[in-house]
Design a protein around this ligand. Structure first.
Ligand code: NAD
Ligand code: SER
Length: 328
């Protein structure tokens, strides 16, 4: 098990007002950086990732730093040189990839989170660090409550539970303002999904439009909490805009509900819009991870504390995905 330490150190220079996004070339970062740059100005939002992608617009359209979240000194240097005041910490290894390499998953997810919180503590930064519905295990109710016991059966889920615990500890001990959302499975079209169990809900659209057929790696009755990307980005920004006084003990990982549908309901909804689309269900090892997660979540705390309400239902999401992929 990864060990982490809390070492108090003095606050350094006052924070700048720029934003650093880690893991920016991934599924969420690709949408979030665009929205942050529209809000704050391109030069004020520094995209970073451990990899470079020649075709990715962030490498040419605005500031980009090649940065591993495992390099704490490098992160600290970027924060100081670029006068960063807030980190959106998206770098992680997701569930399907993480269960294949649990050691890497622990190092990147827990080690990266620790480096971000240390950097935040030393430079007086605000932090956004997402959690996941994967913090829940099979003992959680199928409508998971905010305060359900967190007994994940995946390594990925354990790292997310630890991330929430770290965020709470750095808030309590060092006053670091770190906020997070337990994202459901996110459905988006600008970037491919990054190695998670919920990737079928993204892949199915591309396969339907390109081949008219999809082989789904979970069974037809698999029902999970999901959310369209526009709702997820809005939730992220609304949480970060919320006054600190309004946030309670769920600050490190709010449940947010979006859409709950089975894999068959998703396939049927696509088939209603794409003539001749067919889907076979051939569950693989990812079925067990999906089965360990809830069907949906109770998001009363997010509603009450910062006014969360999703806009996209299944029909609206399927329409948006088909239209966006077709026209791009
Ligand atoms: P993703 O896999 O698409 O992107 C992650 C990015 O992190 C990648 O670009 C990768 O290159 C980068 N990365 C990996 N190791 C790194 C390292 N050592 N240093 C710097 N960058 C590194 O993931 P995503 O879907 O964009 O997820 C972002 C965050 O949201 C993660 O914390 C994830 O756990 C969480 N989340 C995502 C979903 C979802 O459905 N996408 C759901 C719940 C939670
Ligand atoms: N979508 C993510 C995954 O499947 C959940 O955190 O890994």
């Amino acid at each position: 098990m990864f060990k982490y330490r809390l070492i108090p150190s003095p606050r350094m220079a006052p924070p700048g007002d720029k934003i650093l996004v880690t893991g920016a070339l991934g599924q969420i970062g690709t949408d979030l950086v665009e929205e942050l740059r529209a809000r704050h100005g391109t030069d004020n939002v520094i995209a970073s990732d451990v990899r470079e992608m020649p075709e990715h617009p962030f490498l040419e359209d605005g500031p980009f730093r090649l940065l591993s979240v495992l390099d704490g000194d490098g992160m600290d240097a970027v924060v100081r040189e670029d006068e960063v005041g807030t980190i959106y910490h998206l770098a992680a290894i997701l569930s399907a990839t993480g269960e294949k390499d649990p050691d890497l998953c622990q190092r990147v997810n827990v080690g990266g989170m620790t480096n971000v919180l240390e950097t935040a503590m030393n430079n007086d930064l605000r932090v956004y660090a997402p959690s996941s519905i994967a913090v829940f295990g099979p003992d959680a109710s199928k409508i998971a409550a905010q305060n359900s016991p967190l007994n994940p059966t995946t390594t990925y889920g354990e790292t997310k539970r630890t991330g929430e615990a770290l965020a709470r500890e750095y808030l309590a001990n060092f006053g670091v303002d770190c906020r997070g959302i337990r994202y459901p499975g996110l459905v988006s079209w600008k970037a491919p999904a990054g190695g998670g169990t919920t990737d079928y809900a993204v892949e199915i659209f591309h396969a339907a439009l390109e081949k008219g057929h999809y082989e789904c790696f979970v069974g037809p009755d698999t029902r999970l909490p999901m959310m369209y990307i526009d709702d997820a980005i809005r939730a992220t920004l609304e949480l970060m805009d919320a006054p600190a006084e309004s946030l309670g003990s769920s600050r490190a990982g709010y449940n947010v509900s979006g859409i709950s549908f089975s894999a068959l309901e998703l396939a049927d909804s696509i088939a209603e819009r794409i003539d001749g689309f067919t889907c076979d269900f051939v569950p693989d090892g990812r079925q067990a991870y999906a089965d360990s997660w809830p069907d949906t979540v109770d998001d009363s705390a997010a509603q009450e504390e910062w006014g969360w309400k999703a806009e996209y239902d299944l029909d609206a999401m399927v329409d948006a995905m088909i239209e966006s992929i077709s026209s791009n």
